[in-house]
Design a protein around this ligand. Structure first.
Ligand code: UD1
Length: 418
């Protein structure tokens, strides 16, 4: 399967932002905490959701998809907290089962997490926090095993506001004895979404949206299954805005939420994109060549590392020279080679990329190295003369709900080819 992109101009119309991948997978993981039927709405139709369903079914839950945007997960209590490596290996968010399974069942065995292959993705913060709460770990190169006689609340100061570690400690603390404080917690909107579902389920969590979360443990019998709608995906929203930036035009990004992406929207505005937030979305327009900016990735509310390939792709065709600094994942510059095949002028220096904008990229054959970089190559293709053919699109399908269909509906010349 490949995605074929031709140079496109003047996008117009409206695009609906789907639910967030980085939220739905975490919401699915906490259904192991309480028996009952969960109904999750605004589910993105992406491959990772199907993989997470497989994983939940492998440990004893049942997942139904009444339609591609809804999930019903039934927890009837028959859970075996042992997640098979062959499924876990396909999805990074499987690590999110660690905290809930451990706190609910006292033991857990997980194949080591897979997902995007962009360098080392350690879980030392997850392990250190859960150990401080009373877990014992036995790690092999392909498996994490943990047991506990009962988790206890404690104060944990994260060395870095890791999204995954915050989520695992938070979900473990829901059933731990006493009070857990997570200091220097990550505060991505997807974590707030998780907190909001857990609170509905009966958890006692304070400080939501701040970098200090206080969780007072409750009994398993205090928790119940709930209905919950996933928040919209800020990275997918950012992708459609980037598309308008490189192809020009006027698009309403329905469901885009400015308060979840404030810093990025400011930078997009500096590049010359007009973004007018409205109650139900973002009115986006761009009529001129983008201007270069410098930026650095940082934990929320900074510029997310997931936005970076989009920004680098935009800088490739912007007026002037921009510097991108990656502070989170050193491996996340690999897609730059693909952009350079298209004629981008980029120099990598350690964790910096210096991008000298060119007038036009030239379409060629490129490979999607991961979800976000893959989408960025599709967007860059809109600004390239000739045909850009992107292969390895299964990466894009892991996190994007019909990227091609949504762009095509805005007038972009993009299609899939098998
Ligand atoms: C999540 C997102 C991912 C996003 C990232 C940062 C999901 C499924 N993935 O990943 O799309 O790019 O947040 O916004 O939600 N670290 C440690 N030790 C740990 C944990 C993390 O050193 O125990 C480091 C990592 O190597 C990395 C940084 O912390 O350099 C950020 O990782 P983290 O915030 O945990 O990202 P993920 O939850 O893996």
């Amino acid at each position: 399967m490949q995605i074929v992109v031709e140079r496109s101009e003047n996008l117009s119309g409206e695009v609906q932002v789907p639910g967030a991948k980085n939220s739905v997978l975490k919401l699915m993981a906490v259904t192991v905490l309480a028996e009952g039927t969960y109904r999750i709405g605004n589910v993105p139709d992406i491959a990772d959701v199907a993989t997470m369903c497989e994983l939940l079914e492998a440990i004893g839950l049942r997942c139904h998809r009444p339609n591609p945007h809804q999930l019903e997960i039934v927890n009837s209590g028959n859970i075996r907290p042992v997640a098979p490596f062959e499924i876990v290996d396909r999805i990074r968010a499987s690590i999110n089962l660690l905290g809930p399974l451990l706190s609910r069942f006292g033991s857990v065995s997980l194949g080591l997490p897979g997902g995007d292959d962009f360098g080392d993705r350690p879980i030392d913060l997850h392990v250190a926090g859960l150990t401080a709460m009373g877990a014992t770990f036995d790690m092999t190169p392909t498996e994490v095993r943990a047991t506990t006689k009962g988790l206890r609340g404690t104060e944990i100061v994260l060395r870095f506001p890791s999204v995954g570690a915050t989520e695992n400690l938070l979900t473990a603390a829901v059933l731990a004895e006493g009070e857990t404080i997570i200091d220097n917690a990550a505060r991505e909107p997807e974590i707030n979404d998780l907190c909001s579902m857990l609170i509905d389920m009966g958890a006692d969590i304070r400080g939501v949206g701040t970098d200090r979360l206080t969780i007072v443990g409750v009994q398993p019998s205090d928790l119940r299954a709930v209905d919950h709608d996933v928040i919209n995906d800020r990275v997918q929203a950012a992708t459609y805005i980037a598309a308008v930036g490189v192809a020009k035009g006027e698009v309403f990004v329905r469901g885009g939420r400015a308060e979840h992406m404030e810093m990025l929207l400011n930078r997009y505005a500096e590049m010359g994109i007009s973004i007018i937030p409205q109650s139900d979305g973002l009115r986006v327009s761009c009529g001129r060549r983008l201007r270069a900016i410098d930026f650095a990735t940082l934990p929320y509310p900074g510029i997310a590392t997931d936005y970076k390939p989009l920004l680098v792709g935009m800088l490739a065709v912007a007026e002037g020279t921009g510097v991108a600094t990656e502070n989170l994942y050193p491996g996340r510059f690999r897609y730059v080679d693909e952009l350079m095949k298209m004629g981008a002028d980029v120099r990598i220096d350690g964790h910096h990329a210096v991008i000298r904008g060119v007038e036009k990229l030239t379409g060629t054959e490129v490979v999607a190295p991961d979800i976000r970089a893959g989408a960025a190559l599709v967007v860059a293709g809109l600004a390239a003369t000739g045909t850009t053919t992107i292969s390895q699109v299964h990466h894009i399908d892991r996190g994007y709900d019909d990227l091609v269909g949504r762009l095509a509906a805005l007038g972009a010349r993009v299609s899939r080819r098998s």
